[in-house]
Design a binder for this molecule. Structure first.
Ligand code: PLP
Length: 351
């Protein structure tokens, strides 16, 4: 049995449940984007809409294209919102929506959880549903809590590039039994019974394979070690960048002291365009990315959908550099990154 929720997928889901302390078992998917696609659809149905009905979904432009693609693939209309200096959704954006918007999808870019409490409060005021794209944020907490512990449905990605990986994979976590049930059917073609394979929703096959679950179980076993080592690497980065942030050479991600962020990449915002530093690092065999991009500027999305005031997004989109940060980075490797950055900053500006 290599697929169809066999032994290891079930074990993996139970392992996730005990780590995430969730009431209902997390639902494993083939990847994070399909987990999000299905969670959007299940929530849309729960709100009383049909599969091909449409409404507006507030989403930060500063995210990975996958977030917004999952909205559009559900026949819904993105409304692009701005971020604040935490690089996550500015909660005030919710107060500005008109009544065509029925859902908001905040995103935990770089693994940094958005302001869950304020977003929840404003969404309640406006009567709109909230689901979290926490794709890169497995293990991240706010005030010691996972997002679902504040009562919201969320998804995680277990892609090879994320801190916790099943190679390709993802999961959805919800405490709503109706949404949970729909998600289980959706990942299996929408089938609600297996005798005739009858479907009530046209679901897209998005099951996790057993082999991914086996990798996931193995990584769950070493997860505390991964988190511990990662925290050490993150602290080294934080220490290194403090003086540059104080001198105004760059900005780092603003977070609260009680936020725990697992950091997929370490973002810095330069005063100048990111290209120079990225090329300089590449010439020293260091791979840095322009990540995240502003989705409202990507070819398919450009000029097509409503944009709120995107001041911060437009201000940082060409200046942000995602520096490599890895669990098994040695101190020699981080030192090499830091001295290379020092050389660049000394050459380009006075600190
Ligand atoms: C990684 C990521 C995704 C996509 O997850 P996959 O597992 O690769 O499909 C979606 N949204 C965000 C914000 C991500 O960082």
């Amino acid at each position: 049995m290599v697929t169809n929720q066999s032994v290891f997928v079930q074990k993996f889901e139970q392992g996730l449940q005990s780590y995430l302390r969730s009431e209902l078992t997390p639902i494993a998917f083939c990847n994070g984007e399909m987990a999000l696609y299905n969670l959007i659809l299940a929530t849309k149905l729960k709100l009383g809409y049909g599969v091909s009905d449409s409404f507006g979904v507030l989403v930060p432009s500063f995210t990975f294209s996958g977030t917004v693609n999952a909205i559009v693939a559900n026949h819904l209309t993105p409304v692009f919102a701005d971020v604040d200096d935490s690089f996550t959704l500015n909660p005030d954006a919710i107060l500005k929506v008109d009544d065509t918007v029925k859902m908001v999808i905040p995103v935990a870019v770089y693994g940094h959880l958005p302001n869950v409490d304020l977003i929840g409060k404003y969404a309640l005021q406006k009567g709109i549903a909230v689901i979290f794209d926490n794709a890169p944020a497995f293990g991240s907490t706010r005030n010691g809590k996972f997002t679902h512990e504040s009562g919201f449905s969320e998804i995680y990605s277990f892609h090879a590039t994320k801190p916790f990986t099943t190679m390709e994979g993802g999961c959805a976590v919800t405490s709503d039994p109706e949404i949970w049930e729909t998600l289980c059917q959706l990942r299996d073609f929408g089938q609600f019974e297996k005798e005739r394979g009858d479907v009530s929703i046209p679901g897209l096959n998005s099951k996790m394979q057993e082999i991914s679950a086996i990798v996931g179980l193995s990584n769950l076993n070493r997860w505390q070690d991964i988190l511990h080592r990662r925290s050490e690497v993150i602290q080294r980065y934080d220490r290194f960048f403090t003086k540059y942030a104080a001198a105004g050479t760059l900005r780092t991600l603003k977070r609260n002291s009680d936020d725990f962020c697992t950091f997929i990449y370490y973002p810095i915002v330069l005063k100048e365009d990111a290209d120079g530093l990225i090329q300089f690092l590449a010439s020293h065999s260091i791979a840095a990315r322009r990540y995240y991009t502003a989705v409202h500027t990507l070819q398919f999305y450009r000029g097509k959908y409503t944009e709120q005031d995107l001041f911060v997004t437009n201000d940082i989109k060409d200046r942000v550099v995602a520096l490599p940060l890895h669990t098994s980075m040695s101190n020699d490797e981080t030192d090499y990154l830091f001295t290379t950055l020092e050389t660049y900053f000394d050459r380009n500006q006075t600190v």
